[in-house]
Unconditional design. Structure first.
Length: 254
């Protein structure tokens, strides 16, 4: 099974670039399932019902999220309703939505778990403990989107889950790392998938605005940059029988 993970889709410009390139990529790479982090898919930060639907209509099967999941109140009911729209599973009980799903592909079932790191981010439930609980009901082929800041936390969870999940990929930092690998017990891993959005930017934002913020220390509205875009993604080739990753291919579409 070929499963494609797409890095943080940033704003409408990132959504449109994904729609323009994903169909062809799915054909070329014979992709069976697409997972995309969409927590920044709306202009002005967060995710909206419209941006989520745009990603689904563009060929994304599962949308994951992170620390900006609930930036827009209109999303609360959508998170509850859409089974393949996830928010981190280690949010407190009673939080809108759900942190995992199982996608029925006919011959196989694929589990997806969304977790968030706690180093330099919100003080949520331990992602290691949350993973332990969720994996009791997940199928043999299961992937984890770990939305986290610290590379050490991402690597630690990857080795903790090695052999227990098919693949784990990091999101949140918007910078693709060059460390794609297969861990000793067969779990595919990359520290961060990267970003889908404008190339000439600082994590998707106009560089001059980030410079202004850094120099003045005053509040600055972060508007998205324009221009040429790229789509960072990773393809995991997974053995249908064992659920182990047999190959990992890091991709940057421009």
């Amino acid at each position: 099974m070929n499963i494609l993970a797409i890095g943080d889709v940033t704003g409408s410009i990132g959504c449109k670039f994904l729609r323009a390139h994903l169909p062809q990529l799915k054909k070329i790479k014979q992709v069976d399932l697409v997972i995309a982090n969409g927590e920044n898919s709306a202009d002005g930060n967060g995710i909206t019902p419209a941006s989520a639907q745009f990603l689904f209509d563009s060929g994304v099967d599962v949308i994951t999220a992170g620390n900006h999941s609930f930036r827009r109140r209109e999303m609360y009911e959508v998170f509850d309703r859409e089974e393949t729209l996830l928010r981190p599973a280690n949010f407190p009980p009673g939080t809108p939505g759900h942190g995992s799903c199982i996608v029925d592909k006919g011959r196989l079932q694929v589990g997806v778990i969304n977790l968030m790191g706690v180093v330099y981010l919100e003080s949520l439930d331990c992602p290691f403990a949350a993973a332990d609980r969720l994996l009791k009901k997940m199928p043999a082929i299961t992937l984890v989107d770990f939305h986290a800041e610290a590379t050490g936390e991402k690597g630690a969870l990857a080795y903790y889950l090695d052999g227990r999940v098919s693949a784990i990929f990091g999101t949140h930092t918007h910078v693709q790392t060059a460390d794609e690998s297969i861990l000793p017990n067969g779990t595919g891993f990359i520290t961060d998938v990267g970003m889908t959005g404008p190339i000439r930017s600082v994590l998707g934002v106009k560089p001059e605005l980030v410079i202004q913020k850094m120099r003045s220390k005053m509040p600055v509205r972060f508007d998205l940059a324009g221009g040429d875009c790229h789509m960072d993604c990773v393809l995991f080739i997974i053995d249908d029988k064992t659920g182990k990753t047999t190959a990992v291919e890091r991709l940057k579409i421009q």
